[in-house]
Design a protein around this ligand. Sequence first.
Ligand code: ATP
Ligand code: MG
Ligand code: FE
Length: 343
Amino acid sequence: RTVLGIESSCDETAAALVTDGRVILAQRIASQDEAHRPYGGVVPEIAARAHAERLTPLIEATLSDAGMTLADVDAIAATAGPGLIGGVMVGLVTAKALAMASEKPLIAINHLEGHALSPRLGDASLTFPYLLLLVSGGHCQLLLVEGVGAYRRLATTIDDALGEAFDKTAKLLGLGYPGGPAVERLAREGDARKVALPRPLVGSKEPHFSFAGLKSAVMRAKQAMAAGADYTDADIAASFQRAAIDCLADRTRGALLSAGPVTALVVAGGVAANEAIRTALEALAAAHGLPFVAPPLRLCTDNAAMIAWAGVERLGQSDPLDTPARPRWPLDPQAEAVRGAGV
Ligand code: ATP
Ligand code: MG
Ligand code: FE
């Protein structure tokens, strides 16, 4: 069986066809990096317009790559949130129209669930429950993934997401948008011991993340450099990345100790494309006698294969055609209620 997946929650317009045998039959991603680059970040209005212009031809091209038509598809899965509402609406409305025209079921997917289940697309041996570090442009969470639709949030960021911190660091160092890969590249040429940066919440008894203080410290380091401090942009990038890794490793270690038995340590989301972060987490998993699972790089940042795969995991579900697009949609509503109360 085959699911058509559609993703449009941020600045990638994407479509993919994925089978229940874990085969990606076709996959297309139109990135809007060029359109947003002059602004140093995603402009929601520009993103929504670009999705609206590109999505339908992109879906047609994806079907044609696989030599298929809608008649060959068993369900249509689309991101229904969370994300920039204009883009989400474009993707969801398109999916509804296709579902209605083809009389195939619509499956509304939580974008974060797409990230959370994406490691299972490439690794058939990954079973529940696993500990997931979800690190992306908008989120930094530790989740116990107990099954499809069963997510228990153990930790979250109390301020910025890590991808956001990478992007801000990139902007400060004049590396442009999107920032994560550029910071990683520059960090390879730097010395991570050169710039003293904080590790917020490391060693703390509470399980959460915090990156705002690290971000401000990077800004002060850049100012100090301009005033004559003896280090380079590459040293700042390397020191920032090392501090971020120390935070991730410390918090993840704590979660491994408190989560109960798990089958694996898993990382997903755009920041999971970072090789240094993957290496550190792999060592952490090994130290706990656990397998380490990470999606291939191109399934870390936003894509439609992960949305189609979440659709495969949910085959049998059929969502009503008035399903709303949701700018906010927590994976673990219970934990979110607690967050509203102060965390
Ligand atoms: P969310 O999934 O939380 O809604 P998003 O969809 O915008 O947010 P993703 O596409 O999952 O985010 O991830 C994008 C983020 O990943 C960006 O902040 C980007 O800088 C970061 N990123 C991408 N590649 C790397 C890398 N190699 N190293 C560090 N960060 C990276
Ligand atoms: Mg993007
Ligand atoms: Fe994402």
